[in-house]
Design a protein. Structure first.
Length: 254
């Protein structure tokens, strides 16, 4: 059975960490690392239920509980990032609890390793936003060809008008096709506006669908311009991933 004496014997090698007994065989780690609300990180140690020779370092689900106050893991993208954080730091996840099992000699390293995971998970909103920014077009391309293309004929990078500089990111075929554009900044927004206006001037029959990385980061001018020329917009990729197929199906069946 794990005791406070056992922990303090292990602690002799690193000394900067203290322990407080919460209940038999469960000890809270006293470590001067804090959440944004000022609370100390919730890290606990106990004997591993799978191997009595190892120590389990865990958070008892408190990290995700705190995160849920401001941020939900409500999309595949967010869950993918969360799972990557856990696996890349060699931790495990079970029913809300983030943990790592280590040998006594690895106790200090394991505690700081879990603290790092808690820090990353607590900043999931920032990590998710930056990841989406970095991989916006990869995510969009994957969704279009792994989901939309199962139901509709999709062509990438077409130039349906006389001006070959006016490019449609994805053309979803129908008698009145949907021209789907991905927009990640003001420059792309301006190009999409120009392309749509050119198609209109050439009397091309189409419906425009705009998927934004983040609509709010566009300038006020570009927000107005792209809203005026588009038939439908999604303000984020997650919104499009969750609702885009339903919208496209409804439009093409009308």
């Amino acid at each position: 059975m794990l005791t406070l004496d056992h922990l303090y014997k292990m602690q002799q090698n690193f000394g900067s960490i203290a322990f407080r007994e919460k209940r038999p065989n469960v000890f809270k780690v006293i470590l001067p690392i804090y959440y944004e609300d000022g609370d100390m990180y919730d890290i606990f140690v106990e004997e591993s239920p799978f191997d009595s020779s190892k120590i389990r370092i865990c958070d008892y689900g408190i990290t995700l509980m705190k995160l849920s106050y401001t941020f939900d893991l409500d999309t595949p993208h967010k869950n993918e990032i969360f799972n990557d954080i856990i696996s890349q730091n060699r931790c495990q996840f079970d029913n809300g609890n983030i943990y790592i099992d280590v040998f006594p000699a690895q106790l200090e390293c394991g505690i700081y390793q879990l603290a790092q995971v808690i820090s990353k998970v607590s900043n999931m909103e920032i990590i998710s936003r930056e990841s989406l920014k970095s991989y916006f077009y990869e995510f969009l391309d994957s969704f279009v060809f792994e989901d939309l293309a199962k139901h509709y004929s999709v062509t990438k990078s077409t130039s349906p008008g006389n001006n070959k500089d006016c490019v449609v990111d994805y053309e979803i075929a129908s008698q009145k096709p949907i021209y789907l554009f991905g927009v990640n900044d003001n420059n792309k927004a301006s190009k999409v506006v120009i392309s749509c206006l050119n198609f209109m001037q050439e009397n091309i029959s189409f419906r425009s669908l705009i998927v934004h990385e983040n609509f709010e980061k566009l300038s006020g001018f570009n927000q107005k311009q792209i809203t005026n020329v588009s038939d439908k917009q999604y303000t984020s990729f997650d919104e499009f991933r969750n609702n885009g197929l339903t919208y496209i199906t409804r439009e093409l069946s009308a």
